[in-house]
Design a protein around this ligand. Structure first.
Ligand code: ZN
Length: 153
């Protein structure tokens, strides 16, 4: 079985509701594009799967005033990036960092996190069944962390 077929099989195994949310973000990406003058930007790579996600953030008064992403790769990585932009847009930076930690903890299966507290992001929890794909789901969030860190924010 090729890697591509294997991934398609994995995605077919996700719960219907989860699949619908993930596919909706894949087909109708939110905040896809770039910003005129971002305060922070980073290009994230997941060599395991070949996913690329570039995140740009406009930060004003310690808050995400605008966010955009672009990239290519599997549906999980690109949907996760779209979901991430919706989750962080307008939020204070400390909340963004907290959300990133909580999402990563959920994807690692840590029991301290109630997936339902993460709203739509919970849809990606089904990906935990496929450990190699967890990096696809967390790529956009690690990229946000890196962008903020590099910008000293
Ligand atoms: Zn991937």
């Amino acid at each position: 079985m090729s890697l591509r077929e294997e991934y398609a099989r994995q995605e077919a195994e996700l719960d219907e509701l989860y699949k619908e949310i993930i596919l909706d973000h894949y087909r109708n990406p939110r905040h896809r594009g770039s910003l005129a003058s971002p305060s922070a930007t980073h290009e994230g790579l997941n060599p395991l799967c070949g996913d690329e996600v570039t995140v740009e953030l406009l930060v004003e008064a310690n808050r995400v005033a605008d966010v955009a992403y672009k990239g290519s790769g599997c549906s999980i990585s690109q949907s996760s990036a779209s979901m991430m932009t919706e989750a962080i847009n307008g939020k204070p930076l400390d909340e963004v960092k907290h959300l990133s930690e909580a999402f990563t903890a959920m994807m690692r299966g840590e029991e301290s996190i109630d997936p339902e507290s993460l709203g739509d992001l919970e849809a990606l929890s089904g990906v935990r069944k496929f450990p190699v794909r967890v990096k696809c789901a967390t790529l956009a969030w690690h990229t946000v962390d890196e962008a903020l860190e590099e910008a000293g924010l």
